[in-house]
Design a protein around this ligand. Structure first.
Ligand code: PMT
Length: 399
């Protein structure tokens, strides 16, 4: 436990989505945090303390009067050791207790005893969520500086449709990591990131593309924004929302991405190429949809320009970070790309691992530095990979 980066107090309250707190706990542990779970009485109608005890390796607590050590008080001891108070899911009742400062159970008492960053992810029936009493409590907590991961729209357990579903595990963990302020500041720095796939048209309806979802590049953008950087995100087509606060430029082809990258590069401090750029494009793009016939057809392809290698050739003070998705000889192939493209760091993804690489929420990467150093990271959320990449880059930014 000594190597933990801090302890998150994860308060689980009465909601049918309480089981998802287990995934939140697991992701936070994957990011290097210890997780101490505290369950309300209502939560125990949906999940058991044992689930969280086994998962986290720390006894999940629920009794206000249990002594963690002889003479100790659970709410004070737990509050003292915590780096973050995270309530997920948060019921309407718990929100009200927090807003009023009621201390009639362990979660309420701990909330009052704790004075650090607080994140709340509400979940409830949409009519309850809409109620002015609940909204007033949310406003009170927001004014106090509580970070909210707002509920999503959809069909909730009772069949009603509307806002009230617990936010995604990814969104909750991301907000938790941001509130923990785990990273070194990047205030005053301009970061340019490419993300997602490119599409190279064959005709008006078909294209050559790839499986990149943009999750890695967008996670980098959000991590840099949370550290105070100015962020330009050059994104190929993805289904992800634009990160709030970033200047997001939408492009489709490698040529469009190259143009946008060249323009933004001139004024940036750090360029990160997380996009999966098509290496080739059809030599001729048909203006009309190619009709199906019996005869085989062939596509003639020509190479796209190498965006990041082109930038490295004209770089001034900028630090350049590339990604490499490899299925064999991970380190050897990635190191070859690092040198051939003139990069400072390359992040090698092992795409043979089903939890790593394209369109996954997690990634297993090795960082290769131009001075020969290598840093192998365990399987982490893409947000945490982004944090580790930024941690590695900041000392190279020569401020
Ligand atoms: O988007 P996700 O679903 O989250 O998936 C993430 C990812 C797997 C796409 C990403 O993490 C990743 O590995 N991106 C690089 C994919 C790759 O194999 O790139 P490459 O080996 O073709 O290129 C190496 C580097 O050169 C990359 O930084 C790439 O952006 C850059 N490049 C490549 C070709 C090109 N024409 N121009 C470039 O700038």
């Amino acid at each position: 436990m000594e190597s933990e980066r801090g302890v998150v107090l994860l308060c689980v309250t009465g909601s049918i989505s309480a089981y998802r707190a287990a995934d939140v706990a697991r992701e936070l542990m994957r990011s290097g945090f210890g997780v101490q779970c505290v369950l309300t009485r209502a939560a125990q109608h949906f999940v058991t303390p044992e689930l969280f005890t086994w998962l986290t390796g720390r006894p999940a607590v629920h009794d206000m009067f249990e002594e963690p050590r002889p003479g100790g008080m659970a709410h004070i001891d737990l509050a003292r050791q915590a780096s973050l108070f995270l309530c997920a899911p948060a019921s309407a009742h718990t929100l009200a207790k927090m807003a009023l400062g009621l201390a009639d159970d362990l979660v309420g008492a701990m909330y009052l005893a704790y004075h650090g960053p607080t994140v709340v992810a509400p979940a409830m029936n949409p009519s309850m969520w809409d109620h002015p009493a609940v909204q007033a409590n949310v406003s009170i907590l927001q004014e106090r500086g509580t970070h909210f991961v707002m509920p999503e729209s959809g069909t909730v357990a009772c069949g009603e449709v509307g806002e009230g579903k617990l936010a995604s595990v990814e969104a909750i963990v991301e907000e938790a990591l941001a509130a923990l302020g785990t990273g070194m500041s990047m205030a005053g720095l301009h970061v340019v990131i490419t993300s997602g796939p490119t599409r190279e048209p064959i005709d008006p309806v078909r294209f050559i593309g790839n499986r990149s979802s943009g999750k890695m590049g967008h996670a980098l953008a959000r991590a840099a924004l949370d550290r105070g950087a100015k962020v330009t995100l050059i994104s190929g087509p993805t289904s992800l929302p634009d990160p709030a606060g970033a200047d997001t430029q939408h492009v489709e082809t490698a040529a469009e991405m190259a143009r946008a990258a060249r323009e933004a590069f001139q004024h940036c401090d750090l360029f990160v190429g997380a996009a999966a750029v098509a290496d080739f494009r059809p030599k001729k793009v048909s203006g009309r949809k190619i009709k199906r016939g019996d005869a085989a057809i062939s596509l003639s392809l020509e190479p796209n320009e190498d965006i990041i290698a082109g930038l490295a050739a004209v770089k001034d003070r900028q630090v350049l970070v590339g990604f490499a998705a490899e299925s064999d000889d991970l380190v050897k192939n990635a190191r070859h790309k690092l040198t051939a493209k003139g990069l400072d760091i390359i992040v090698a993804n092992d795409i043979t691992d089903m939890h790593s690489g394209f369109d996954t929420d997690t990634n297993r990467v090795t960082l290769l530095f131009k001075d020969g150093r290598t840093e192998e990271l365990p399987l982490l959320s893409k947000r945490e990979v982004a944090e580790r990449v930024l941690d590695a880059v900041i000392p190279m930014l020569g401020r």
